[in-house]
Design a protein around this ligand. Structure first.
Ligand SMILES: Nc1ncnc2c1ncn2[C@@H]1O[C@H](COP(=O)(O)OP(=O)(O)OP(=O)(O)O)[C@@H](O)[C@H]1O
Ligand SMILES: [Mg+2]
Length: 374
């Protein structure tokens, strides 16, 4: 798929901007702080309902405005769709598809698919487990948009279960008497039900991603691998991929952790506490890999995501935000060659020279709020 037109109102630094887009490569070039990343961030938002830079919507709305609009025309094969998102920080966001407002924002997921490369990706390797969970869950949702519902069910159940555990912990500390915990059993089931579904999808994804990531790393940094992706569940003894099995295993782990959970007042078992161990050779990349190796690792994970989504049908838009400036000449050329054939590739760079020669296509200059074709 590709975006044929992007239109923003009160999004980040833009009061209004209209950007017609072609398939193939488009590069946005301009000095620092002029709004290049803001443009591609909006495209990413259509695909994930989130930003790769911030965890809430508030910074996405132009200072002084109370809502932002992101609108895009999207073409997939012969099919043309118009999607519109209205961001209302602190209130519910709204969505329209082909001008119909009988949809939730979540229904937009799957129409635009992106794989976004950005300097922030280094955190995939070096950062907290939350970064890797988000990577997995965004990709799961891109593969199967209904997982957005499962993710939000899980988050809701987790929040309610934590509230219950917290008051149990307080009652225990202050009252001496333990409260009635029979409702906790019900929350265990809900948590394990949604948790098992999420877990099954993550395990399945990692199995599919592993060979692709290994191949991509070999292309970027020949002889430097192999890579191994290992899932690290918070529940011990997770075996198999089948949802029913995983449900039973989560239930058992929750039963075992219950005493400790009540003491601590928080849910200790489940996908929200899991991690993805990224190994390079025999060692974990985090804490051991060099800066350059970590970068190659992050790029390999993104390239693998791209290969996977493409192989599964709908080709995603590739977004490369400021990545070439971070790479040495060899990796820059390799990456450029690998992404060049993409159906649509959006590149940002502060100077024209940072855009590798093989990425020929449309050029826009971005300066002082104006985006102009050059
Ligand atoms: N909500 C907002 N309201 C108004 N301006 C904003 C908002 N969010 C960000 N900006 C402005 O947008 C600019 C940053 O834009 P962006 O990150 O797209 O720059 P860039 O062109 O990618 O720069 P670089 O080359 O440094 O990556 C900053 O000047 C920032 O102040
Ligand atoms: Mg930028």
């Amino acid at each position: 798929m590709h975006v044929t037109h992007l239109s923003l109102a009160d999004f980040r630094s833009y009061a209004r901007v209209e950007v017609p887009l072609d398939p193939g490569v488009t590069a946005f070039v301009g000095p620092n702080g002029q709004g290049k990343t803001n443009l591609v961030e909006a495209v990413g938002y259509l695909a994930t309902l989130g930003s790769h830079r911030v965890s809430s919507d508030a910074p996405l709305v132009r200072m002084g405005a109370d809502r932002a609009i992101v609108r895009a025309n999207v073409r997939q094969g012969e099919r043309q769709q118009l999607i519109e998102l209205e961001l209302n920080p602190g209130k519910a966001n709204r969505a329209r598809i082909n001008r119909s407002s009988q949809v939730r924002p979540r229904d937009v997921l799957g129409i635009v698919r992106t794989v976004l490369f950005a300097p922030e990706d280094l955190a995939l390797v070096k950062g907290d487990p939350g970064e890797r969970r988000r990577f997995l869950d965004e990709l799961i949702t891109a593969r199967s948009p209904r997982m957005a519902g499962v993710r939000s069910d899980y988050d809701r159940v987790l929040k309610q279960r934590n509230t219950l555990l917290k008051s149990a912990a307080l009652a225990r500390r202050h009252g001496g008497r333990s409260m009635d915990l029979s409702t906790l059993d019900v929350w265990d089931q809900h948590l394990a039900r949604a948790g098992a579904e999420l877990l099954a999808q993550r395990l399945d994804l990692i199995a599919a991603l592993q060979p692709l990531a290994d191949k991509a790393y070999e292309q970027l940094a020949p002889g430097g691998g192999p890579l191994a992706l290992e899932y690290k569940p918070s529940a011990a003894d997770i075996v198999g991929h089948a949802r029913e099995e995983l449900y039973e295993q989560l239930m058992a782990a929750l039963a075992e952790a219950r005493k400790q959970e009540i003491e601590r007042g928080v849910t200790l078992i489940g996908p929200h506490r899991d991690d993805l161990l990224l190994k390079l050779g025999q060692l974990p990349a985090k804490g051991y890999a060099s800066h350059g190796e970590s970068w190659s690792y992050a790029l390999a994970l993104r390239l693998a995501s791209y290969d996977l989504l493409r192989a599964e049908g709908n080709e995603p838009v590739l977004v490369l935000d400021d990545v070439f400036a971070e790479l040495d000449a060899r990796r820059r050329e390799r990456l450029a060659e690998l992404v060049a054939p993409g159906e649509q590739v959006l590149v940002t760079a502060a100077v024209e020279d940072d855009v590798p020669g093989v990425l020929t296509g449309a050029r826009y200059s971005v300066a002082e709020g104006a985006v102009e074709r050059v």
